[in-house]
Design a binder for this molecule. Structure first.
Ligand code: ARG
Length: 752
């Protein structure tokens, strides 16, 4: 069930409670119990702040079951009363029938024989009238048990605070539950109760943390009756399935319930502490509901005088936590760069993603024929920056789809000993599934997998991310709809300037894509073999793998999106479908203008006789159209030496002494967004074009794969003032065969 602000989730970084239930006699050292003794677990060897806890440590914790399964937590406050969260019982504004629920008391591990545990049916569920949804507060519920609980060492009530009770900010309190151990990562068997120490955060501090805009500008307003507990740096928190469970604080040997687990943004995220329903403000409501039942809950008076100082200092300064991952002294010096050495093969490049785990392509280690797991882990070594010695590998965990799905070519390697992080050695940040790398993000290509034998300058290639729509449609099918921002994209397209020598296809090398947000680097994608030489290349996004990585590593640095400014217009094209495409990609799609000039992916530089440069247009994988006058000079009897450069026109300056001599081609945009080559400038003119249309037959015959728009796909004329295309094409002149030249490229552009 579990509601949440944005994402579903529960208790993080809580150590399991080992051992079996054991009953022992309780020494009743009560002080002034009101109606009944409360808040005193059996005195035990429990170590506060440590990771060892014991069954029976939290005897008021109950599990609320519906249809045989744990849904929410709760706390026993009197023999016949359990306190929980309203949202556990209200679906679409309707209170679920009490008969569907049962309460499990005195339970530690929910798997196996529930020895000292017992269950009670629920007679009634009471929710405040003003409860509507978690973000609006009043998220509490009272459950009246059909018959009183059997109190004993493992089943005892918690004390409730009076309305005047003050819990000091910074107090270390404990939350307990059987909820998820990370976002979307359920508690594994044997489902033992988890505990986590959380610090109470002041209202101002909490509001300040939450006011830091997050992904999609989602923030929320902390309301009276709510309280926050956790840490700015996150990592310890409650999560989905913990709701309704107690947040308890010890005062003078007695435990009081300060809060009820209510909601959060994700679980354990930075600057997103858990939000609880504060119990103290509901003293009157609780008393009213339980009136007449004997014994009722205990509201012991606070043993110390609450400070007269304002209980919420407004000047509380807000200490935002900054990401621990993804900081690099300078691009190329990557503190997460890991090289995995396996005897008999070249080093495999990967990335450190936590203190203990390295992510690398599984294909480095898996035999493609028999997908047996490698057995010689003892001989593997991992080289990390600033570490004097190589690390030993304890575990190898390939992605389950690694051997047949390129997008999942990933494996995690656990180091035998976790490393101490420093400025020179730190993990790269990983994106959450809803991460959206903004168009124009600054990215770099980094080595990945077996890479190139020599780390050429290409390892530092700078790139700029194209918008999701462009990237999707450059590779997508006609009519395909584009995932909206926030949905995991199918591909990430960095537009980058390739170096001369690197201009060949990197078909056999792997690259990773690192993208920067506010100075923090994310591992955004891994290279995609299937895109051949189409430019810009597509990378497989990594965000879909976040849940797998955090499930395996239990501590990888997943980060929220750090920049979310999509500009006033956002992604205008987000809901559109893709325009026509050819077998080799979408034709006529121009990536949105890059910061440094316009990148037309079909533009070719045709270098004639070493110095003359004119414009060519890629019309099929092996064919470029150029103006005849550019290539064939009067008086020439032979075809000159011609070189064609692709994928860089408009992005890089021409070499010294070269200049483009031919006027640009005439391109017009159709209503569907595709660009169509309408004409090539005739010699000496910027306005007169040789029309392509009449030559369709000639081009089609010569270039089998050229893509012509269907008859209805003609360009539309943009409104006045737009200078995309001249309004009058009538001046386009004929005699195209004299004006047009098709160049056959010798190297096939598309391989693999
Ligand atoms: N609403 C969740 C539940 O139903 C509890 C979420 C708590 N989340 C958090 N980040 N503290 O179990």
């Amino acid at each position: 069930m579990s509601q949440h602000l944005l994402l579903p989730f529960v208790i993080l970084a809580i150590s399991p409670i080992p051992g079996a239930l054991h009953d022992s006699a309780l020494s009743p050292t009560q002080e002034e119990p009101e109606d009944l003794d409360c808040g005193r677990p059996e005195p035990s060897t429990r170590i506060m702040g440590g990771s060892e806890a014991q069954p029976g440590s939290w005897p008021w914790q109950v599990s609320l079951h519906q249809r045989g399964g744990h849904i929410c937590g709760g706390s026993l406050i009197a023999p016949s009363w359990v306190l929980s969260a309203a949202h556990c019982f209200v679906t679409n504004g309707t209170l679920e029938p009490a008969t569907e629920w049962s309460v499990l008391l005195g339970v530690h591990s929910q798997d196996g024989p529930l020895d000292s545990a017992h269950a009670r049916a629920v007679a009634a569920i009471l929710v405040p009238d003003n409860y509507s949804s978690v973000e609006l507060g009043a998220d509490l519920a009272l459950l009246r048990l059909a018959s009183p609980a059997r109190l004993g060492p493992a089943v005892r009530p918690i004390c409730l605070p009076r309305a005047s009770h003050r819990f000091a900010h910074g107090t270390a309190c404990w939350a307990t539950g059987w909820g998820d151990i990370q976002e979307a990562d359920p508690l594994p068997l044997p489902w033992a109760l988890q505990e986590v120490e959380l610090r109470l955060l002041g209202e101002a501090a909490c509001q300040c943390l939450y006011s830091r805009p997050g992904p999609f500008n989602l923030t929320f307003q902390l309301l009276p009756g709510m309280l926050c507990a956790g840490y700015p740096e996150g990592r310890r928190d409650t999560c989905q399935g913990d709701s309704g469970g107690p947040l308890v604080c010890e005062e003078g040997g007695q435990w009081f319930q300060a809060g009820i687990t209510s909601f959060g943004f994700g679980c354990g995220r930075r600057n997103r502490p858990g939000v609880f329903t504060a119990v103290a403000p509901y003293e009157a409501w609780i008393r009213e509901q339980v009136m007449g039942s004997e014994p009722g809950p205990a509201f012991p008076t606070q043993s110390w005088e609450p400070q007269p100082s304002p209980w919420e200092p407004t000047d509380e300064n807000c200490t935002i936590a900054l990401p621990e991952c993804g900081k690099a002294p300078r691009p190329g010096t990557w503190p997460w760069e890991a090289r995995v050495m396996v005897p008999g093969s070249r080093p495999c490049h990967g990335a450190l993603v936590s203190e203990s785990w390295v992510l690398a392509p599984a294909s480095c280690f898996l035999d493609p024929i028999n997908s047996d797991l490698p057995r010689d882990l003892d001989n593997w070594r991992v080289l990390l920056p600033s570490r004097p010695r190589a690390e030993l590998v304890a575990r190898f965990m390939p992605h389950e789809n690694a051997s047949w799905d390129d997008t999942s070519d990933l494996a995690l390697l656990q180091l035998q000993t976790p490393v101490n992080l420093s400025t020179a050695l730190r993990p790269v940040c990983l994106p959450h599934p809803e991460h959206y790398f903004l168009p124009r993000s600054r990215c770099r290509l980094a080595r990945w997998g077996r890479g190139e034998p020599e780390p050429g300058p290409s390892t530092l290639l700078e790139a700029e991310l194209l918008g999701g729509w462009w990237c999707h449609c450059l590779y997508g099918r006609q009519g395909e709809s584009v995932p909206p921002p926030g949905d995991p994209p199918h591909a990430l397209c960095p537009a980058y300037q390739e170096e001369e020598e690197a201009g060949r296809c990197w078909n056999y090398s792997h690259w990773s894509l690192l993208c920067q947000e506010e100075g923090t680097w994310f591992l955004a994608g891994i290279s995609d073999f299937s895109s051949g030489c189409l430019r810009p290349r597509a990378f497989y996004p990594l965000q879909t793998h976040g849940p797998w990585i955090s499930h395996v590593t239990r501590g990888a640095y997943l980060e929220d999106q750090l920049t979310w400014d999509w500009g006033p217009e956002g992604e205008e094209t987000e809901t559109q479908a893709c325009p026509p495409h050819t077998e080799h990609g979408a034709c006529g799609l121009r990536p949105e203008p890059a910061v440094m000039g316009i990148l037309w992916p079909w533009l070719a530089e045709v270098h004639v006789a070493g110095n003359q440069v004119c414009t060519g247009i890629l019309v099929a994988p092996g064919w470029v159209v150029a103006a005849t006058h550019c290539v064939l000079r009067p008086g020439f009897t032979t075809v000159p030496y011609i070189e064609v450069y692709l994928g860089r026109a408009g992005a890089s300056p021409l070499p010294q002494g070269h200049q483009v001599t031919s006027a640009p081609p005439l391109l017009c945009q159709t209503e569907g967004g595709s660009w169509v080559l309408m004409g090539m400038a005739v010699r000496g003119s910027q306005e007169l074009f040789a029309a392509i249309g009449p030559e369709e037959a000639w081009i089609a015959q010569t270039v089998g794969e050229a893509h012509f728009l269907p008859p209805n796909g003609y360009p539309h004329w943009p409104p006045e003032g737009s200078d995309l295309c001249p309004a009058d094409l009538a001046r386009a002149s004929g005699s195209p065969q004299a004006a047009l030249l098709l160049l056959l490229l010798l190297l096939p552009l598309i391989q693999g």
